[in-house]
Ligand binder design. Structure first.
Ligand code: BGC
Length: 751
């Protein structure tokens, strides 16, 4: 990446640019073919074979033409939820890409170095095909377990999500490709996403999703932020002065550009004045209409210049891409496997796992196309997998947005390789002799799947297509059943007591089957911890959008999935009110026991905790403790720190305050020292408009999960008011240090 351009250089360029030049930079267009009416053309809607991307574009989601006279490069923007997307099948010859494990699984590693690695790999894939802006960095919180995009997000805790997203953005940008954060803000359900009004009070919003964006911005410098489709408290996110101008740009000091989600802009002047810097993707409001608004003074020239300045600040860092950089595909696939191994989360195990490679027996593998593939999510995060989709082996291009995409990685093959002495066979769920075969096997492994897709929420958290019943039927004929979940988020596991082990593999990507075999056979000791709560029953999670909760009379629950690019909806006045804490904080506040709690994840060894010490430092707390591996094999433990704020703070019982993952040899111990910044212990004061640390006793908890916390200690703090993020970043820059990825936890070997 080039060094950041000086503001003087940008001034000079602004002097040179004509009004149409400036408009061309803020009027972002689709990089794939569009119809004559300017609307997105979808392959399945049947565009002519001869349709080509706009001149200069390469078929990706977004395109901004170059301004070569002034050294401004073209921007080629591409979706990057789990890899480089190609839902329009138009990127000539470049359609296939590596599918990495979904962000929800990446977050189960609790390791921002993992998301940074993902970001680097994404960027290398991007550079190989000429993409230079990645629509990555999904910050939306897992507020609703039904959300169809949960697999693209980073779980239900704002601190964990923000730190993990920041890793991804840093990885991309360190490799010279710009990245965005998205979808700002409160875009946590897909139902009615183009018009839903998310009604949420200021303190709740600050403590939940805004906290994710704020945390991410504290740890990375994304080039762009994508404003969401939905409304927030009555105003569309793309024309929200409080969210964009006041919070993002002033209070948080964000100096990059704010783009709209695709088709999410609703106005010219209101959006421009609220802080939206670039429209995508149909040229409705920021083309001629913006030129006119600037001409008649409704939008000041200075504001248009500010939009362009924000884009140039980052676009000018891009190095010219004369020739695409060749990609080391083997490296990409290795990265995918490394992340998948670390993301596997063992939810239950009575000792049946790991399977012993030196033993023999018969193993029946059931369902999930496990003879050929692993599952992937859909929507604008769907990737056309390298080497083809072995299930939809379509000669015709398919609509990748809605198609259930399968990734070529065969658990049958990898398990046979890893367990050479075992007789391993596969049967599909509709095999008429399934139960007979299950009864005869020494062990049954069921691949249970749940597909998820942008634009549509789940109707239920039950596994689809009768898989819950199937698991119970198989468990009734064979006591030795292992269930592997390939899902985009939490599902109901009412059958868990009837099986011997449950492994959450999420959507594990191109080397998912290799990672699965490694974990099932103990070559990799699982270390993932849940970034989301798994509810114990269908009616347990309480949220306004629960499928069981009736929508306000007169409102239609928009069940249909609009074809992508169909924005011809009419706003039905659909409101959802969010007034409860999120995820584990809500379960804790209501004294409910979930099936598997936030932070839970088993290992093939066990870890003990001792010697907690908590000391107050200038800028927070130092929490130290000893973790010991009390088992027989080496393992990785993600130790978690939670805080209970003083009673008067009005906060849920516990919040995550820090964590650290450490590899420990059997019978060895490690001293862990975690810095908990004051920010982590603060509450948003609506009256003072700042974060404040409440005075009083804060209880600090340490342990294995949000509900398994063997150590705790109280520490008294006086009240303090924290500077806003812009000031914190400014003072950080002045002291010359890079923004740390996490709270700079340190691990020292035992002295
Ligand atoms: C999604 C964004 C995505 C964009 C471009 C929209 O439908 O909400 O996340 O980046 O499409 O693909």
């Amino acid at each position: 990446m080039n060094p950041p351009p000086s503001e003087e250089r940008i001034d000079r360029i602004l002097d040179e640019l004509s009004l149409p030049d400036k408009i061309a930079l803020v009027d972002g267009r689709a990089g794939f073919p569009v119809g004559e009416d300017g609307r997105l053309v979808h392959p399945v809607a049947g565009h002519a074979e001869s349709s080509l991307p706009p001149s200069g574009a390469i078929g990706t989601d977004g395109y901004v033409p170059a301004n070569p006279l002034n050294g401004v490069p073209a921007l080629h923007l591409c979706g990057a939820g789990v890899g480089l997307t190609d839902m329009y099948n138009q990127r000539a010859g470049l359609a296939q890409a590596t599918v990495f494990p979904a962000p929800i699984g990446q977050t189960a590693t609790w390791d921002p170095e993992i998301t940074a690695l993902f970001g680097r790999a994404l960027a290398r894939e991007a550079k190989a095909v000429g993409v230079n802006v990645l629509l990555a960095g999904a910050c939306n919180l897992a507020v609703e377990p039904w959300c169809g995009r949960l697999f693209e997000y980073h779980g239900e805790d704002p601190l964990l999500s923000g730190v993990m997203v920041a890793g991804e953005v840093r990885g991309c940008q360190d490799e010279g490709v710009l990245a965005s954060l998205k979808h700002y803000a409160a875009n946590f359900c897909e139902t009615g996403r183009f018009f839903v009004d998310m009604v949420i009070d200021e303190r709740r919003l600050r403590h939940t999703e805004l906290r994710v964006f704020e945390t991410a911005l504290e740890h990375c410098e994304p080039a762009a932020i994508m404003a969401a489709y939905n409304k927030v408290n009555g105003t569309y996110a793309c024309e929200h002065p409080y969210l964009i101008n006041q919070i993002l740009k002033q209070e948080w000091g964000f100096d990059g550009w704010v783009m709209s989600d695709w088709g999410a802009t609703h106005s010219t002047t209101a959006s421009a004045l609220a802080g939206l810097d670039q429209e995508f993707a149909m040229g409705q409001f920021y083309s001629d209409a913006l030129a006119e608004a600037v001409g008649d003074g409704a939008v000041p020239v200075a504001r248009l210049d500010d939009m362009v300045r924000r884009i140039l600040r980052y676009a000018l860092r891009l190095e010219p891409a004369e020739d695409p950089e060749p990609l080391d595909i083997a490296w990409s696939l290795d990265v995918a496997e490394h992340i998948a191994r670390r993301s596997m989360t063992l939810l239950a195990n009575d000792g049946v796992l790991p399977l012993q490679p030196d033993r023999s027996g018969s193993l029946l593998l059931i369902g999930g196309n496990a003879d050929r593939a692993v599952l992937s999510g859909g929507g604008s995060a769907s990737v056309r997998p390298r080497f083809g989709d072995p299930v939809n082996d379509a000669a015709e291009p398919v609509d990748a947005f809605l198609t259930v995409t399968w990734v070529p990685s065969s658990p049958l093959r990898t398990l046979r390789n890893a367990l050479p002495g075992w007789d391993i066979t596969y049967r599909a769920v509709d095999d008429p002799d399934l139960l007979e075969a299950a009864a005869a096997a020494d062990l049954v492994v069921i691949m249970a799947t749940q597909h998820a897709c942008e634009g549509r929420d789940h109707d239920s958290l039950a596994l689809p297509a009768g898989q819950d019943e199937l698991i119970l039927r198989v468990a009734a004929v064979n006591p030795d059943v292992v269930v592997v979940l390939q899902t985009g988020g939490p599902v109901l596991t009412g059958w868990a007591d009837h099986v011997r082990a449950v492994l959450a593999a999420w959507y594990p990507g191109h080397r998912g089957a290799e990672a699965l075999a490694a974990v099932l056979t103990g070559a990799e000791n699982p270390s993932g911890k849940l970034p989301v709560t798994f509810p114990a029953s269908a009616d347990q999670p309480h949220h306004p959008h629960a499928p069981t909760v009736p929508i306000r009379p007169g409102c239609v629950r928009p069940e249909r999935v609009p074809p992508h690019g169909d924005f011809s909806w009419v706003d039905p006045g659909f409101r959802l009110e969010y007034d409860q804490p999120v995820g584990y904080q809500w379960y804790d506040a209501n004294g409910l026991a979930p099936a598997f709690c936030f932070g839970h994840g088993l290992s093939y060894t066990t870890f003990d905790y001792a010697d907690l010490d908590v000391t107050v430092t200038d800028d927070g707390l130092r929490v130290t403790f000893l973790v010991s591996n009390s088992g027989e094999v080496a393992g990785r433990e993600i130790s978690q720190v939670y805080a209970t704020l003083p009673t008067g703070a009005g906060e849920p019982p516990r919040r995550l305050a820090g964590w650290w993952g450490v590899d420990i040899e059997p019978r060895a111990s490690e001293h862990v020292s975690i810095h908990v910044p004051l920010q982590t212990l603060a509450v948003w004061s609506v009256s003072a408009q700042c974060w404040m640390v409440p005075a009083g006793d804060h209880r600090i908890w340490v342990g294995r999960s949000s509900r398994d916390l063997p150590l705790s200690k109280e520490v008294g703090l006086t009240t303090s008011t924290l500077p806003c993020l812009a000031d914190r970043i400014r003072s950080g820059r002045e002291s010359g240090g890079p923004r740390p990825l996490a709270a700079e936890p340190a691990v020292r070997p035992r002295s």
